[in-house]
Design a binder for this molecule. Sequence first.
Ligand SMILES: [Zn+2]
Length: 134
Amino acid sequence: MTKATHNGTCQCCGDTFAVNAKTGRLAKHGYRVMWNQEVGQCPGAYELPLEVDCSIAKRILADLHKAEAEYVALGGEDPRTAEKVHVGYWHSGREKYKRSSLLLMETRQGIKWLQEIVNNWTPSALLKRVGGAA
Ligand SMILES: [Zn+2]
């Protein structure tokens, strides 16, 4: 097994992880262990890091715009909206009930964050791992 020498930024969660020296793709991440089994996974795992590609960030941005429209349709513009929407969290596999107004706010924050990344994206060098071989 080749030891990873560099880290890259995940296009989905924004965290940094080891990059496979052979494939150039990010390590598995975003799961948690439940009853000795791994549950859930970040959609950015096994994908190219943000330093070399931003196509997944663009796709997620489009999905967020779709979600924004859905939450507006659910009455999310009104913070008093009592309607709760069922959300499956892909990061954790957890299911939760949340107010549509809160989801709309979170979605718009995500859009703002990703839009800036996509607008300013240029290829850049991967980050050298501390203690990694040259
Ligand atoms: Zn990730």
